[in-house]
Structures are given as C-alpha cells and as structure tokens.
Design a protein around this ligand. Sequence first.
Ligand code: THU
Length: 129
Amino acid sequence: MKHLTMTDHALAVRKNAYAPYSGFQVGAALQCTDGSIFTGCNVENASYSMTICAERSAIVQAIAAGKQSFRSIAIVGGKTEAAAKTTPCPPCGACLQVLAEFCDGDFPILLTDGVHKLKEFLPNAFQLT
Ligand code: THU
C-alpha cells in the first residue's frame, strides 16, 4: 500500500468531523518525535462556544497517550474535500497558543500551500515569565 503522508492522515480524520453548524470540517495529524501520529477533528456543539478545534483535539489525544514531544502537524479544512485539499487552513489563535505550550517557534505546520512555522503565525506566544 502507498505510504500515507501527514496530509493524508489529516484528510482521513477530517471525514469524522462533527460540524453540523458551520459545515466546515477540519482534520489535523500530529506527528511525535518517536514517529507516532495522533489525529483530531473538530467537534461542534449546539452551545457554539463549546466547539473543539481539530488541532487541540489531536494534541489532547497525544498528551493523554503520554506524548509531549512533537515533530510537525498537518492541518486541512474546508466545507468540501476538494476545498480542504486546496485552500490552506491555518490554525486559530487558541490552537496556536496550545501548540506553543509544547513546540518551539520553528515547529513545522503543514498546510496545503506548503510548510509554515509556528512563529510565522504566532510570533509572540503568551508566556508566564
Ligand atoms: N476550526 C478548527 O477545527 N480549527 C481551527 O484552527 C479553526 C476552526 C473549526 C471550529 C469550527 O468547528 C469550524 O472550524 C468553523 O469555525
């Protein structure tokens, strides 16, 4: 079988997204430094602000499995699979802050338009100094 890319994993889990309110399905695949991969999708709620983003869903899965060291994350999102494969879906501010808890500024964020760095999207993460 063909080797699956990180984006393939994100596209696969995107199909499980629960997004009846926005109609916007997101998938994220987080690779740990040991090579293991944890995925997450957005999970919406009738109480809208309770919605969980795909990226935080993936991070929570990994942390619960005992992983805290990450190599990269791939993210795809869109109202259709075709859109998700072409239009880049950068992580929201809340997810960037959660990523910054575990990853440094050079952490690679794989979108459909190429590889970005965490510091490109969040140059000044909040820190308790
Ligand atoms: N969403 C994510 O899953 N990740 C993001 O980084 C931004 C937005 C989800 C939340 C909501 O279910 C839908 O996309 C539309 O905002």
